[in-house]
Design a protein around this ligand. Structure first.
Ligand code: ATP
Ligand code: LTN
Length: 332
């Protein structure tokens, strides 16, 4: 019998702060599902995090915490390669090469660059500008063909494809051309305070974001304050972004369909609805939070995981890097 072709999957998140419910529903939830049938590689992308100022002590802690969180969410190091980006030097090396095949014009069109340079006007560094090139290197090193991300990252997947195609057109078939992969309900979880903006871990408003490590009372409080509208109708409509977002959240954490949620809350107010969303989120996060805590007690085990992960990742990444070095004309 012919074996079904396994996809090569790559994704990562930055250890810049605690992850949010948006990160989980938009990205990590998909990763866990995908690892069962595919060849998956997941990274804590610490080099990307350096594009905004980080406190070294905190960054070190967050890298380990994010690794533990991945595992608490269900990423299994026996099924997937799990590693820290800076442990595999090929990422920086390929990023340099790809920088020479990427145009200033295309980088300056990136929405994330425009947003972040506004937010950090005092530190518009070159790394922030070439961030998508490092991301392209992450993906292309492993010949990944499917990249599970939230909607906000699709533009970076597009530029990765453009860079890969440009390189292949000159040197032959070196890179696999990757595609983005979006989840159905959680692809864009919005801010609780301004539901037309995405839920972001770097939001200044503490009530806008649910963090995966939030205590139950914080979750209840934030959802109680979530911005909705004055219509008091639980309906999934574009002109009700706050309500739509809460329905999306409830549906994503319980698996209940949108119509069923609308029907159950017909004639009931937002108070009931928000309380149920809060309860569902609390119950959903509890097992993961407990597992994360337990993992963080065993640093030696976590260290073993990231060391072994780096070794596996390095072997694969070096294969592509050597091929690239040869193609561009470096002496090996
Ligand atoms: P910031 O919020 O500070 O801009 P970020 O959360 O986008 O950072 P990462 O931690 O690298 O940055 O994101 C990890 C993954 O989570 C990415 O695939 C991203 O698309 C996804 N993601 C982030 N926010 C949301 C959201 N609100 N809804 C759905 N997916 C999201
Ligand atoms: N840019 C992404 C994080 C990221 C990533 C990647 C995602 C870095 N490298 C490779 C998928 C594949 C972000 O900010 N969310």
């Amino acid at each position: 019998m012919e074996e079904k072709k396994r996809n090569i999957i790559f994704s990562g998140a930055q250890p810049t702060s605690e992850l949010t419910l948006g990160n989980y529903l938009g990205a990590i939830k998909n990763w866990v599902a995908l690892q069962e049938e595919n060849d998956c590689i997941f990274s804590v992308v610490d080099m990307h995090a350096l594009t905004v100022r980080q406190d070294p002590k905190k960054l070190r802690e967050r890298i380990i915490e994010l690794l533990a969180l991945y595992m608490a969410c269900g990423i299994d190091p026996n099924k997937s390669v799990l590693f820290v980006q800076s442990h595999v030097s090929a990422h920086a090396e390929l990023a340099w090469i790809l920088n020479c095949f990427t145009y200033m014009g295309e980088l300056s069109r990136m929405t994330q660059f425009k947003d972040k340079s506004q937010k950090h006007a005092d530190n518009i560094n070159a790394g922030l500008f070439t961030y998508p090139v490092l991301m392209a290197a992450d993906i292309l090193l492993y010949q990944a063909n499917l990249i599970p991300v939230g909607v906000d990252q699709m533009q970076h997947i597009e530029i990765t494809r453009d860079i890969a195609q440009r390189f292949n057109a000159i040197y032959g078939d070196v890179f696999t051309i990757p595609e983005g992969y979006l989840s159905k309900t959680g692809a864009k979880i919005m801010s609780l305070a301004e539901p037309t903006k995405k839920m972001s871990k770097s939001d200044d408003n503490a009530n806008a974001t649910i963090f995966l490590t939030d205590e139950p009372d914080a979750i209840v409080r934030k959802l109680k304050r979530a911005v909705t509208d004055s219509e008091a109708l639980v309906a999934y409509r574009e002109d009700k972004p706050g309500v739509m977002n809460l329905i999306n959240i409830l549906s994503a954490v319980t698996g209940e369909g949108v119509e069923s949620i609308e029907a159950r809350f017909a004639g009931r107010g937002y108070g009931d609805f928000k309380a149920e969303v809060a309860q569902a989120v609390v119950e959903f996060l509890r097992p993961m939070q407990e597992k994360r805590k337990a993992l963080l007690q065993d640093r030696a085990y976590l260290e073993q995981i990231y060391r072994e992960g780096a070794e596996k990742a390095r072997a694969r990444a070096d294969r592509t890097l050597r091929k690239v070095y040869k193609k561009v004309g470096f002496v090996l």
